[in-house]
Design a binder for this molecule. Structure first.
Ligand code: EPZ
Length: 429
């Protein structure tokens, strides 16, 4: 089975069984960033030539995106080094059907590229998800500013544009995929596009690097004003996807929570300053290397206050993991979630493990308890699942995490990597 074929077990209700209470030690390798790979796969739609990608993570969301692109006409092939090649020469079906979009919101990222390349697109509205309503109004507004005709028909975004025109676009909210969609659309537009209040996430920068390698002219990515000079065509390129900063942060938090000494390799630390600062504040000792981060925690764990915000502030995708850490830290801490309106789904599950947490709107107060006790808990979304795994690793006794298909969407081989660190964890079908 090729690495990108959907793993059969994902569709069944797999569980993770964890015997908690052991410190972690050893080394693991970090995979490519899911949230960089997904928009970059869509960039393959922008060229008739071949886009070759390395360090693409083997995740369910990547498999879903490849299936989506394949049914549009993109030729997907794997070469021996596990590189992935996308041939965009024959896009005959600019459609993202509901059945696929409902399983992965990131499918919306095909909208901009399809409009830029084919002049038309039919993309199902993603619908809500566990962590919030997550509308795509900013994507649509930006494309309309570039001259696209867009209607909503029977739950689908139906878009047409002979040729998109450069425009000045102010994003009311900072939107990661909104910025990425508009950046890709602008790459082939006629004229200059300026995106103001753009997302500054490293994954936006990685997409810009890939687009520029394909002949685009994107300037300012990483800042809040991005300027794109549209060009006639984009050519093929090779691109190495950046390491996953959220996967990195997740394993660092697991090590801080369990105690011990862990080295995460093939990663970058310059995209994680806010997270590293909070880990130091919690009492962990961090050593930084060229492409690795080592964490050691042997002393007491201190509760840390968290407030999520767009990059470079503390990432919302690390909020649930730090909540697990705070559950067993000394003292109380406040966690404020400013990005999504319902990203506390892990709270009730952590309470089942013995945590002491109170929520009021987008604020949670966590009072550290001396220990957690293993229980059966249920994953509800990707990062909430990671939070439950971390809590299970520190809880006394056995924890069963159910519905871990959520976790397989964003963490490659999580039980193998944690087992390498000495965790007592296994997947049961
Ligand atoms: C991206 O989602 C990530 N997904 C999310 O990671 C991440 O949590 C999020 O950015 C914030 O960092 C991918 O990159 C594939 P947004 P995205 O548009 O782009 C509102 C994970 O765990 N908004 O930055 O969908 C929205 O409701 C996932 O890997 C609008 O109102 O998030 C939210 O409150 C979860 N209208 C806020 O903006 C819009 O048109 C930020 O959303 C778009 C967004």
């Amino acid at each position: 089975m090729s690495a990108f074929q959907p793993n059969l077990h994902i569709v069944s209700m797999d569980k993770l069984l964890i015997q908690g209470g052991v410190p972690l030690s050893g080394e693991i390798r970090i995979s490519g960033a899911k949230n960089a790979a997904l928009p970059i796969l869509c960039a393959g739609l922008l060229t008739e030539s071949t886009l070759t990608l390395t360090n693409v993570p083997h995740l369910h969301d990547v498999t879903t995106m490849l299936k989506l692109l394949g049914q549009m006409g993109v030729q997907v092939s794997l070469d021996e080094k596990n590189g992935l090649s996308l041939g965009g020469g024959n896009i005959h079906n600019p459609l993202a059907p509901y059945e696929m979009v409902k399983t992965m919101r990131a499918s919306i990222l095909v909208l901009g590229p399809l409009l830029a390349r084919c002049g038309e697109a039919r993309v199902s509205l993603p619908g809500g998800c566990a962590i919030g309503s997550r509308p795509v109004d900013l994507h649509i507004k930006g494309l309309q500013a570039m001259g696209a005709e867009i209607d909503i028909e029977h739950g689908y975004i139906v878009a047409h544009a002979k040729r998109l025109k450069g425009a000045r676009i102010f994003m009311d909210l900072v939107s990661v995929t909104g910025t990425e969609n508009l950046m890709m659309a602008a790459a082939l537009a006629d004229g200059v596009t300026v995106i103001e209040n753009a997302a500054r996430e490293p994954e936006v920068v990685d997409l810009a690097v890939c687009l520029n390698a394909m002949g685009a002219r994107v300037e300012g990515a990483g800042g809040d004003i991005i300027t794109i000079h549209g060009v006639e065509k984009l050519h093929g390129a090779s691109h190495h996807v950046i390491p996953d900063r959220i996967e990195t942060g997740t394993y660092l938090v697991a090590a801080a929570a369990c105690g011990g000494r862990v080295k995460v390799k093939d990663t970058r630390h310059d995209t994680l300053d806010a997270v590293l600062e909070k880990l130091r504040e919690a009492g962990a000792h961090i050593t930084l290397g060229e492409d690795w981060v080592e964490i050691e925690r042997s002393g007491p764990l201190k509760a840390v206050n968290i407030r999520t915000a767009p990059h470079p502030a503390f990432p919302t995708d690390m909020q649930a993991q730090f909540m697990a850490l705070n559950c067993i830290a000394d003292g109380s801490a406040t966690i404020i979630e400013t990005i999504f309106e319902n990203r506390f789904m892990h709270v009730q599950e952590l309470i089942r493990l013995g945590a002491s947490i109170e929520t009021q709107g987008n604020t949670a107060v966590v009072r550290g308890v001396p220990r957690l006790d293993g229980a059966i808990v249920m994953a509800t979304d990707l990062r909430a699942s990671a939070s439950l795994v971390i809590a299970g690793l520190v809880a006394q006794g056995e924890t069963t995490v159910e519905r871990i298909y959520h976790i397989d969407r964003g963490y490659e081989c999580i039980e193998e990597k944690l087992s390498q660190l000495g965790a007592r964890i296994k997947r049961v079908h």
